[in-house]
Design a protein around this ligand. Structure first.
Ligand SMILES: Cc1cc2nc3c(=O)[nH]c(=O)nc-3n(C[C@H](O)[C@H](O)[C@H](O)COP(=O)(O)OP(=O)(O)OC[C@H]3O[C@@H](n4cnc5c(N)ncnc54)[C@H](O)[C@@H]3O)c2cc1C
Length: 395
């Protein structure tokens, strides 16, 4: 049974237990979807990393303290996929807005077209008759976690075999994943249907599924043998990377679910009025799974408890603005939130009058400008980027 407790202590414990395996063992074993044994070859750190209850820098530091860069190269590169996707979308925030519009359009179709509705319902309930697919659908809903390879296979079956719109699959994922993330999720689905790397689709193969699930799933000759690229919004050209604001004279702090530990902000703001604004329900137009809402809330509570902060819990963007007025705050600093529901909620709070400034992490400031095109450019910069990790001398 996976322990996905929404506490920083549980995340750090998992990191400590996994760090010895993050070298060559990870590189050779990571493809195996060994859910029956609790995924021994992968870290299962994504729920903590996604909310930065444990940060990328902490994970990379712990791993590089134990392994030579060569030995840990695969794991370090995978962590940078998260960084890359966030940067890629932050340079093109209209991808998140466009996805939001397209999901709504597809959900309207679900309402209007009974055939599509019953296929969509069967897929979400794990009742399609495709054994592996149905297993992952139920696993997702029950646990909130699915192995990376299974996510790829699932997305391939959803789109190429079942012929369902990819946006509905991305929405199903983000409503149930504990690590549900605007950038990693949307862009991974776009990658499967040939929108991220234009025209290049990902197609699940029987042999691959059988091999990496240890023979749990037999080859199924109904799987699509071809994958046509989907239509959809092409990648816009990259915009300028964000700079972050000067927050040296901030007098209040606003925490959100994209950066709960906020170790670039909170230690310098001790004693300042602090509030928490969470918006995980903004991940989907439909109801986000209670398990996801509960995890996010409990993780935020744990972060505040660990820091000894008696934070004010805000009910929405308007209440954030009202809180700042009541506290007479002139400048409220918040960790920079990349394109996604938290950034949407922060902008709404600003529109209601919250005087907000954004503190950009040096980790993001260094990496995001490299996310202009494919992963390779950022990957090439990994030695330089990891040289700047906190334990290696920089903040
Ligand atoms: C269709 C699809 C949807 C996805 N949706 C999400 C999502 O909503 N949120 C999310 O966090 N990840 C998403 N991923 C990426 C990836 O599957 C998960 O991050 C990974 O499975 C998490 O498991 P882990 O922590 O055991 O990973 P490990 O293999 O232990 O890797 C360590 C860390 O590296 C990062 N990482 C690894 N692989 C990837 C990847 N392919 N893309 C981005 N980051 C990666 C994660 O932070 C992960 O925790 C998606 C992938 C696909 C194919």
């Amino acid at each position: 049974m996976l322990d996905l407790s929404p506490t920083r202590a549980a995340g750090l414990e998992r990191l400590q237990a996994f760090a010895p395996e993050a070298g060559r063992a990870y590189a050779t074993g990571r493809n195996a979807d060994d859910s029956e044994n609790g995924y021994p070859a992968v870290s299962v750190l994504s729920p903590w990393l996604r909310h930065r209850l444990v940060t990328e820098a902490e994970v990379l530091d712990a791993v590089l303290a134990r392994h030579a860069p060569d030995a840990a190269a695969k794991f370090v590169s995978e962590v940078h996929w998260r960084t890359y996707f966030k940067g890629f979308m932050e340079l093109r925030p209209s991808l998140w807005a466009g996805y939001g519009r397209d999901v709504r359009r597809q959900l309207d179709r679900v309402q209007a077209e009974s055939g599509l509705r019953s296929e969509w319902e069967a897929a979400c309930k794990g009742e399609t008759g495709y054994e592996a697919f149905d297993h992952w659908a139920r696993e997702l809903v029950e646990t909130g976690y699915v192995h990376n390879h299974a996510r790829m296979w699932f997305a391939s079956l959803w789109t190429h075999t079942l012929g369902l719109p990819w946006e509905l699959g991305a929405d199903f994922f983000i409503r149930h994943l504990l690590d549900g993330d605007a950038a990693s999720n949307t862009l991974s689905w776009r990658w499967v249907v040939g929108l991220h790397t234009e025209g290049r689709t990902y197609l699940a193969r029987n042999g691959n599924i059988t091999r990496y699930t240890n023979g749990r799933f037999e080859p199924d000759d109904r799987l699509a043998g071809r994958a046509e690229p989907a239509g959809g919004m092409p990648n816009p050209p990259p915009g300028a990377p964000p700079q972050g604001d000067d927050w040296s004279d901030a007098d209040g702090v606003l925490i959100h679910e994209d950066d709960l530990w906020a170790d670039h902000v909170l230690p310098r703001m001790e004693g300042a009025p602090t509030a928490v604004l969470l918006s995980p329900e903004g991940r989907s137009p439909l109801r986000v799974a209670p398990k996801v809402l509960g995890w996010t809330r409990a993780a935020a509570e744990d972060a505040m408890r660990e820091r000894g902060i008696a934070a004010r819990w805000l009910d929405g963007p308007e209440e954030a603005a009202a809180w700042a007025r009541t506290e007479s705050l002139a400048k409220v600093v918040t960790p920079y939130a990349p394109a996604g529901p938290a950034a949407d909620a922060l902008r709404a709070a600003e529109r209601s009058g919250l005087p907000l400034v954004r503190a950009l992490r040096s980790y993001d400031a260094r990496a995001w400008p490299k996310a202009t095109a494919g992963f390779f450019k950022l990957k090439k910069a990994i030695p330089a980027l990891t040289a700047h990790l906190p334990q290696r001398g920089a903040a």
